[in-house]
Design a protein around this ligand. Structure first.
Ligand SMILES: *Cc1c(COP(=O)(O)O)cnc(C)c1O
Length: 389
């Protein structure tokens, strides 16, 4: 079946949406085969996003966690402060090529909404962002940013008034206005072709980091580590290393929240089971009768009850391993990186930083580890201030 990663992935959709994903898949395949699309995207990534992002040799952090070397892939230095812009600008360019003048997106914490609004402003597209009213209240500065960038933010009052309700509304809009409208998805999740397409757009992270690691180390890193929410920054840095199974381990770090045993977490692989969510078969957090469970994480970007289907397959095959780090550990990672390297990370990649001491305990000190630093911490200062008080 199309868009499968082993038993995962696929297109679990109502019939009304099948023509929309078929049109999208055809347009994507055609765009990827067209050198002028690659050229235009490459130009925007370089001149507007600020790529390539640097690779930082974090020697004080490495000493603090007891590893030989830690290399940080600096997605925090990409425009708008995180990796999400790589996929947003790629998809917005595709939308324009498809002749869609209207883009809908959904957002939880607002990071994907901001990236989408910025990409749409750049390319002259109308942008409508669905957001739960509870999230709008918690993320006021991002709501204002999206409006400044010319987007319309539509509050969603249904359900828990958070991300999954916003996804439902965005899908409803897409079905209703499919002729004029492109649905810009924020992670490597959802029905085919999104997991493949978002992975491809985010793979620029891994392509750059692989070359930069080879120059710096004279060899490939022994391990690549990334935080996993929906899984787009992780699959983006993992993808080019998947064939290097003889040299390079892959390790994803999920949000352990208050601890897996408490049930209050967002670790879909470590603490979940197989099911269907938002059009794809993957690992999800569900109750015994298949209802989506409430999630918790200190980092809004990891607070999603599912994961991209390719990660579910990488976990099942053993090519990548997945662990979870708690809120408290992420806070330690947050302060550790700030104090050792002068870099304030987002709370999401702080989970990956917090995992480094566990990597040393499991595999020893003689390791060169590449970490995807997916975003910067400015957005999280209020949360961290509250948590440390
Ligand atoms: C949104 C976000 C994530 C989580 O999303 P993925 O799709 O799992 O990458 C991670 N880091 C940052 C900084 C984010 O904004």
């Amino acid at each position: 079946m199309k868009g499968r990663f082993g038993e995962f992935g696929g297109q679990y959709l109502p019939e009304t949406l099948m023509p929309a994903v078929a049109e999208l898949e055809a347009a994507y395949v055609e765009a990827r085969a067209d050198p002028s699309f690659e050229r235009e995207l490459g130009g925007l990534l370089r001149d507007w996003v600020g790529r390539p992002t640097p690779l930082t040799d974090a020697s004080r952090l490495a000493a603090a966690v007891g590893l030989r070397r830690v290399l940080l892939k600096r997605e925090d230095l990409a425009h708008t402060g995180a990796h999400k812009i790589n996929s947003a600008v790629g998809q917005a360019l595709l939308a324009k090529r498809m002749g869609k003048h209207r883009v809908v997106a959904e957002t939880g914490a607002g990071q994907h909404g901001v990236a989408s609004a910025a990409a749409c402003a750049l390319l002259g597209l109308e942008c409508i962002v669905y957001m739960g009213t509870e999230d709008m209240r918690r993320q006021e500065p991002n709501v204002f940013r999206m409006k400044l960038l010319g987007a319309e933010v539509r509050g969603v009052e249904s359900g828990t008034k958070t991300l999954k309700d916003a996804v439902n509304e965005a899908i409803r809009d897409w079905v209703t206005n499919v002729r004029s409208t492109y649905y810009l998805l924020g992670s490597a999740i959802g029905p085919h072709p999104y997991p493949t397409m978002v992975r491809d757009f985010q793979s620029v992270i891994g392509r750059e980091a692989r070359g930069q690691s080879l120059s710096l180390l004279g060899k490939l890193p022994d391990m690549v580590v990334a935080c996993v929410g929906g899984g787009s920054n992780a699959i983006g840095i993992f993808a080019v290393f998947i064939p290097d199974s003889a040299t390079t381990r892959l390790r994803g770090v999920e949000a352990g929240g208050k601890g897996i045993a408490t049930g209050e977490h967002a670790a879909s692989i470590v603490g979940g089971s197989v099911g269907v969510l938002h059009g794809t078969r993957t690992m999800i957090l569900q109750t015994d009768d298949g209802q989506i469970r409430g999630t918790h994480s200190i980092s809004a970007g990891l607070d999603y009850p599912g994961v991209g289907p390719e990660h579910a397959q990488l976990a099942q095959s053993g090519r990548a391993e997945y662990v979870a780090r708690t809120d408290a550990e992420a806070l330690e990672g947050f302060t550790l990186l700030s104090r050792t390297e002068g870099i304030i990370p987002a709370l999401e990649p702080a989970h990956a930083i917090a995992d480094l001491t566990h990597i040393r305990e499991a595999y020893g000190a003689e390791l060169d580890v590449l970490v995807c630093l997916s975003g910067r911490g400015d957005k999280d200062l209020e949360t961290v201030m509250g948590a440390l008080a």
